[in-house]
Design a binder for this molecule. Structure first.
Ligand SMILES: [Zn+2]
Length: 418
């Protein structure tokens, strides 16, 4: 298997299996045969680091073509705290336990520890096939500033291999203070996003005021927003209701992403559809995070949960909302497992979310939808002129790609990376 084992940077073409739904043009492909899993055999011509064209080829089982995907994206991570589980475990697996261990870890956080974690995260991400990561960053206090110093250095050091987006995460009301406004200026100057947590206990008056302030600040600075919101199994959609209340009363034209939106799935069908339509109206994008939601929420000692809060992915997509799936925490107090592997995430998400990559909407959650949630220049669709940035898997079907961790080769701008 694995016909293309070349390491040269001058690769004229690749014969591969690709998801037909990702190939967004190519008139000569109109009648290309598509397998039951939505894959087709193509010769993909390359040159100068981009896709130059496609040609239909007949599938040859002896050759056993590899499955090719665009390099994938991680729309929601926390690289500043990744790999801290070993020193700061949260053995109870509760949200409260995670917060406590996280705050304890803060006491010992320093620049070199953040550098080690972030570099390990990016190294794994690149090797596993990621081209971009959006990381939320604990940005409060002195160590918050130092964390940004390190992560901005790393962002620049790694930019040829992987794009790093940074979201400043602070208590929401912090954005109303002078310190918060100064932080926002720095974040905006560095191309980052403003973030924060909208969660329990919901203090309506303070929350509304804080939301008005942070939206105005973001709008004035032209800075995108990504909130953690309603990561809970209680008070369904309470934060979302306040977010929409404020959006109804303010004019804002910067991108907004809602991460989690877990309790939204516990709303009545009617309310859920109403809120989904409002989110679509305001072009708010959603990042669903099944792994941490399934691990942390609805936790009751020695009781298997029967309630599984998770962003209502299908209903949001049907309402026209852009949705991506992210992995969230990796080996930290919020989630003991993970390794920045987009294929592992895809495999784990199948039974949790009942989405499948052989369905266009299912694949979009990890490709075009996730890329649009991050406002990336390239959405990951394969067309003439798209970057020759690929993961080539030693697998000839989705099942073989996701049932084990297959060998993979990563191409960046037309050249395989070692
Ligand atoms: Zn998160």
């Amino acid at each position: 298997m694995f016909a293309q084992k070349k390491t040269s940077s001058d690769i004229p073409y690749l014969d591969v299996l690709v998801p037909r739904g990702l190939v967004s043009n190519g008139r000569n492909l109109l009648n290309v045969p598509v397998s039951s899993e939505g894959l087709c055999s193509l010769r993909m011509f390359l040159g100068d680091g981009i896709i130059r064209g496609f040609e239909k080829i007949s599938y040859c089982s002896e050759k056993c073509l590899g499955l090719l995907l665009p390099r994938l994206v991680e729309p929601h991570a926390h690289i500043d705290k990744a790999f801290t589980w070993k020193d700061f475990p949260n053995l109870s697996g509760t949200y409260e336990g995670a917060m406590k261990a996280n705050l304890e870890e803060h006491k010992y956080r320093n620049k070199s520890k953040v550098r080690f974690r972030a570099e390990k995260a990016l190294e794994l991400g690149v090797t596993n096939g990621l081209r971009a990561i959006r990381s939320h960053v604990d940005s409060f206090g002195c160590i918050g500033g130092q964390t940004w110093d390190v992560l901005l250095e790393i962002k620049s050091e790694w930019e040829q291999k992987i794009e790093l987006q940074l979201v400043a995460m602070v208590p929401l009301e912090y954005w109303s203070s002078n310190e918060g406004k100064n932080l926002a200026k720095r974040v905006s100057k560095e191309g980052g996003l403003l973030g924060g947590v909208i969660g329990m206990p919901y203090k309506q008056k303070l929350l509304r005021e804080s939301l008005f302030d942070v939206f105005s600040l973001a709008n004035n600075l032209g800075c995108a927003i990504d909130f953690h919101i309603d990561e809970s199994d209680l008070d369904p959609g309470a934060g979302l209701r306040e977010l929409l209340y404020v959006l109804d009363r303010i004019s804002i034209d910067v991108p907004i992403t809602c991460s989690h939106l877990s309790s939204m799935s516990l709303l009545s069908h009617q309310n859920l559809c109403f809120f989904a339509e409002r989110l679509a109206h305001y072009r708010v994008k959603v990042v669903a995070l099944p792994l941490t939601n399934f691990w942390l929420l609805s936790k009751d000692y020695m009781k298997t949960p029967v309630k599984r809060p998770l962003a209502p992915i299908n209903q949001l997509q049907q309402a026209g909302v852009t949705v991506g799936i992210g992995a969230d925490n990796v080996q930290d107090p919020w989630n003991p497992i993970g390794d920045f592997d987009p294929l592992s995430l895809m495999a784990a998400s199948i039974p949790m979310t009942q989405v499948a990559p052989w369905q266009r909407e299912g694949l979009a959650l990890f490709t075009t939808g996730a890329a649009r949630a991050m406002d990336l220049e390239w959405d990951g669709s394969l067309q003439v002129g798209s970057p020759a940035d690929f993961i080539l898997l030693d697998a000839d079907s989705w099942t073989s790609a996701l049932s084990m961790s297959p060998d993979r080769k990563i191409m960046v701008k037309g050249a395989w990376i070692e």
